[in-house]
Write a protein that binds this ligand. Structure first.
Ligand code: GDD
Ligand code: MN
Length: 376
């Protein structure tokens, strides 16, 4: 081993290795990060720790503030991701980039009670737990800052998660938890990078094999800025439940893509009807118009819903639309081809039609992911 990197060598830095890495996903949290940092300094005292901020290239330049902090304190690190969005994905990358034996995840906005972190760490170190959850729903915890509507939705989703996925903890939607990094590392390849519900994903993926403890905390009010959870969170949640139930055969993206495709059928038929009756177009042209309008609306909806974390804008939007037309046109051939050959074997019209449609959707989905909304 090279002397310069051998632990304990004269040239090695004299800082203690962190016992815990706190991972903080950020998006537009410029005014909160320094305050959180100071709170962490006060909380950990002599315990060696580090904090990894994972910022998705926030428009308010949160990463600039974090970088400034990290130039003054090497315990602070910043991962700036470009061209990507997503709370779960940010947490996963942050944990995987850390080196401490334990990792905690928390919000940047001071809604999570950092004074619980030493307690969480102690439970992990003693081996009493491999996963410690900061829970709002056990004795001593609360989510007073929730309005009635959000409290209701949160309770409902928790109930669904418990019943469908056999989750036993009281607060699987919490965004505040700590875990042994080696356990996390094993689960990481199976976790979804989409969505908000990373803890639920971890619990469901571990299938009861993680020794889990919950400790109560009070979910406070956000300091600065606003929540990034929108109505899409419900969609993310349903998608995660379905993916876990089907052993990841059905992904949220595929479901959304299929739903958008179904809406496209309605759009197509409506356009066809209008073109035939109101504009008195010949059938072939009316059918073509229907297909064009449906493809366009599918593209727009997919861009807003299915691929909202990779939304195309400006010139890329036009380019994407043209590529999408191409992908779908080939998909139509695949659709008709499969339908024909099924019908040839077994002349049942709905079976052949459905097989063709399924082939079309799978083709369009696979090719759109490769060419239209490909990961940069
Ligand atoms: N990197 C990154 N990318 N960070 C994000 C993103 C993103 O796309 N979206 C949100 N964040 C960061 C925020 O900046 C914040 O630090 C943290 O993730 C949580 O987001 P909030 O917008 O503060 O969410 P919340 O307070 O409404 O929801 C919290 O409570 C939920 C339970 O009710 C979060 O902790 C959720 O994870 C939790 O499920
Ligand atoms: Mn928050």
């Amino acid at each position: 081993m090279n002397d310069a990197i051998r632990p304990g060598a004269e040239t090695a830095p004299q800082t203690a290795l962190p016992e815990i890495s706190v991972v903080v996903p950020t998006f537009n949290e410029r005014d909160n990060v320094a305050k959180l940092y100071l709170k962490l300094v006060a909380t950990f005292g002599a315990t060696p720790w580090e904090v990894v901020f994972v910022d998705d290239n926030s428009p308010d330049c949160t990463w600039e503030v974090v970088r400034e902090l990290s130039r003054r304190d090497p315990r602070v690190r910043c991962i700036r991701r470009i061209g990507r969005r997503g709370l779960s994905g940010a947490c996963i990358e942050g944990i995987l980039a850390s080196s401490a034996p334990y990792a905690a995840v928390m919000d940047a906005d001071l809604q999570h009670d950092e004074t619980q972190l030493p307690k969480m760490l102690a439970l992990l170190q003693s081996g009493e737990a491999e996963l410690v959850i900061g829970s709002r729903y056990i004795e001593g915890g609360s989510a007073d800052s929730f309005d009635k509507q959000r409290a209701g939705i949160s309770a409902f989703a928790t109930e669904i998660a418990k019943r469908t996925l056999g989750v036993k903890v009281s607060d699987p939607m919490s965004g505040f938890f700590a875990i042994r990094r080696d356990r996390f590392e094993k689960l990481a390849p199976e976790l979804s990078t989409q969505g908000f519900k990373i803890l639920l994903d971890i619990i469901a993926t571990a299938r009861g094999e993680l020794k889990t403890k919950e400790i109560p905390f009070t979910f406070g009010t956000r300091l600065h800025g606003e929540s990034k959870l929108d109505s899409m969170v419900a969609l993310d949640f349903i998608g995660l439940v379905l993916a876990k139930l089907t052993g990841d055969v059905i992904s949220l993206r595929f479901i959304l893509f299929g739903l958008v495709g179904t809406s496209g059928l309605v759009v197509h038929l409506t356009t066809l009807f209008i073109a035939l009756n109101a504009f008195r177009m010949p059938f072939a042209e009316a059918q073509l118009a229907g297909a064009l309008v449906a493809m366009t609306s599918n593209f727009v909806l997919n861009n807003f819903l299915t691929y909202r974390d990779q939304r195309l804008k400006g010139f890329a939007l036009i380019r994407g639309l043209l590529l999408f037309y191409m992908v779908c046109s080939v998909g139509l051939f695949a659709n008709v081809g499969v339908a024909f050959s099924v019908y040839d074997q077994e002349p049942i019209w709905w079976l052949a039609g459905a097989a063709g449609a399924l082939m079309g959707v799978v083709w369009n989905y696979a090719m759109s992911g490769l060419f239209v909304w490909r990961k940069r």
